[in-house]
Design a protein around this ligand. Structure first.
Ligand SMILES: Cc1cc2nc3c(=O)[nH]c(=O)nc-3n(C[C@H](O)[C@H](O)[C@H](O)COP(=O)(O)O)c2cc1C
Ligand SMILES: Nc1ncnc2c1ncn2[C@@H]1O[C@H](COP(=O)(O)OP(=O)(O)OP(=O)(O)O)[C@@H](O)[C@H]1O
Length: 309
């Protein structure tokens, strides 16, 4: 897959999926798969997205990112996308709907097919919708496919809805909307090695500025180290017992017997909220709580995904 960060000409005629696609949830995947379907007609499956959520620019406040750019690129590649444009929003922000179709879609991306969802908006101020896209594209011989709303529990799936679930600890519900567990791949940093002395060594990862902030507390988790998955139990928060100046994700893998992971990039998926973070009066109480958390996490880890209790 080619990744372009500026509007350089497409390598050939394309089928383009349009949107921000933060999280690549099941609604987004439907739009992207419409573009991937273009391959059967000899079109290059292409995604046009943005480096930062356009809502920031349009004054809406975007909330934390659900997916790092690296993870977004990997998922789109897996889906069969051949060209990915990750643009700075200001490069298209002031174009009218007509200019966007003429200059970007037709002129640069050589689109023969454009794909979007039921609630897609574009053009200056986000004032044009999928009907406008259909008519502007139709005049230029470009087909348009509009995905109907993908619903869960009767309501459209959206990045905003998923953020709300994660921020309130409902990661198992978020997984139903994402089509996979919520997680992050971040480098493992050194901690104070207190965990080692408690008998529960932890992988410490910093959640970067601008990333969605899961509800502080302890989660059953799944940890991917290379090709292997391990049971994990993760505390997301500021560790009121021992203190931390910034939010951390700390994961103990009760059954892991492998080597040190400092410096490597490890994927942690949060499967189920277990309890809020607590201030313990002694380290011994903290140690016992962590062991109990590990045992509870094992129950969720071994349970098939997305099933009710
Ligand atoms: C499963 C788990 C649960 C935890 N729960 C709490 C908690 O409720 N309160 C707290 O202050 N710290 C909690 N922690 C964080 C520990 O204080 C921290 O991981 C430990 O002190 C090790 O620190 P270090 O990585 O700097 O060595 C938890 C950690 C884990 C792995
Ligand atoms: N539930 C859904 N069903 C079908 N298409 C969707 C759905 N959600 C988003 N889309 C489409 O996916 C593309 C990307 O949308 P966008 O990134 O704005 O997603 P969103 O999840 O609605 O985000 P937000 O919550 O920030 O509005 C757009 O073309 C949009 O219409």
């Amino acid at each position: 897959m080619d990744v372009f960060r500026t509007l350089i000409p497409s390598r050939g005629e394309s089928a383009v999926a349009l949107g921000n696609f933060d999280g690549l949830h099941i609604g987004h995947r439907k739009v992207v798969s419409l573009a991937c379907g273009g391959a059967a007609e000899g079109l290059l499956p292409t995604v046009l997205t943005f480096a930062e959520n356009p809502r920031m620019d349009l004054g809406g406040g975007a909330g934390g990112r659900l997916l790092s750019q690296e993870d977004k690129i990997a998922l789109l590649k897996e889906m069969g996308v051949k060209q990915l444009y990750i643009l700075e929003f200001h490069t298209v922000k002031d174009l009218t709907a007509e200019e966007f179709v003429e200059q970007v879609l037709v002129g640069c991306l050589k689109a023969k097919k454009a794909c979007c969802g039921f609630n897609f908006t574009f053009g200056r101020g986000g004032r044009a919708d999928s009907a406008a896209l259909s008519s502007l594209c139709g005049e230029r011989g470009v087909g348009v496919s509009v995905a109907q709303a993908v619903l869960v529990d009767g309501t459209p799936v959206s990045s905003t809805r998923i953020r709300g679930l994660i921020e309130s600890g409902r990661v198992d519900d978020a997984a139903r909307l994402l089509g996979r567990p919520f997680g992050y791949r971040m480098p493992v940093r050194h901690g104070r090695r207190l965990g080692h002395s408690l008998g529960t060594p932890t992988l410490n990862q910093e959640l970067p500025e601008g990333f969605v902030r899961p509800k502080f507390g302890v989660y059953a988790s799944r940890v991917s180290v290379g090709e292997e998955s391990h049971l994990g139990v993760t505390n997301v928060g500021v560790r009121p017992t021992v203190g931390s100046d910034r939010p951390l994700s700390e994961t103990w893998m009760p059954e892991y017997r492998g080597g040190e992971l400092y410096g490597s990039s490890v994927r942690v998926e949060l499967l189920r909220f277990l309890r809020p973070e607590q201030r313990f009066s002694t380290l011994e109480e903290l140690r016992r709580a962590i062991k109990r958390d590990g045992a509870r996490a094992g129950e969720y880890y071994r349970r098939p995904l997305h099933t009710a209790e």
